[in-house]
Design a binder for this molecule. Structure first.
Ligand code: ATP
Ligand code: MG
Length: 195
């Protein structure tokens, strides 16, 4: 699983997803759209989950092995990875679960709800992200207590924060967000101020 707010999804997320799938020979990568990202709500307006999910669906529609997951949106309420991991374990008994995160997320893992349950259920997959230091996976590093692997993906210096700003000021999203996803953003009038 590769979870996120995806407000909106961009090629940084997708490059991470397809390369994690390839490097680790994963059957499927679920792009899990947070319903209520508890660390972001209150900090800034978050686009309705149904819209963010529709954009993710469009973004991955033609990418084999990468899927949009509505598991957190359907559950409703605040989204905790621990609940999602529990649910995935129930739905897919015996499956090995890999949790893909960008290097920027690692520092906050200890603040996650029931992080111990997450830690014991998954293998953490850390992908490099421009602007974040490479994560030390060794015994002195921040994920020493996790089953963790690092994978190197082509660096894409893109964030949803920057894309929201671009969209709001009428600058292009082309080549940063898949075309089909841009169409849904436009149709739904998200991140307004489209020319
Ligand atoms: P925001 O700026 O709103 O925080 P974001 O671009 O960081 O948006 P998120 O939805 O917060 O996107 O990220 C979901 C996951 O994708 C996180 O694990 C994050 O580290 C990872 N990720 C996001 N952008 C990139 C990128 N450009 N390269 C590698 N990983 C990324
Ligand atoms: Mg982020």
């Amino acid at each position: 699983m590769l979870g996120g707010t995806f407000d909106p999804i961009h090629v940084g997320h997708l490059v991470a997803a397809v390369n994690a799938r390839d490097a680790l020979a994963l059957d499927r990568v679920l792009m899990v759209v947070a319903n209520e990202p508890w660390q972001k709500v209150g900090e800034r307006p978050v686009t309705p989950a149904a819209d963010r999910l529709a954009v993710v669906e469009a973004a991955v529609a033609s990418t084999p092995g990468v899927e949009a997951s509505a598991i957190e949106v359907e559950r409703g309420g605040v989204s905790y990875t621990a609940d999602t991991v529990d649910e995935l374990c129930r739905l897919h008994p015996g499956a090995e679960i890999y949790l893909v995160v960008g290097a920027d997320v690692v520092a906050g893992l200890d603040s996650w709800e029931r992080v111990d349950a997450v830690r014991s259920a998954v293998t953490l997959v850390v992908v490099n992200r421009p602007g974040s230091h490479p994560v030390d996976l060794g015994p002195a590093g921040p994920v020493a207590t996790w089953r963790a692997v690092a994978i190197e993906v082509p660096a894409r210096e893109i964030s949803s924060t920057d894309l929201r700003e671009r969209a709001a000021t009428g600058r292009p999203l082309d080549y940063l967000v898949p075309e089909a996803a841009i169409r849904v953003i436009r149709e739904r009038g998200l991140y307004a101020s489209w020319r």
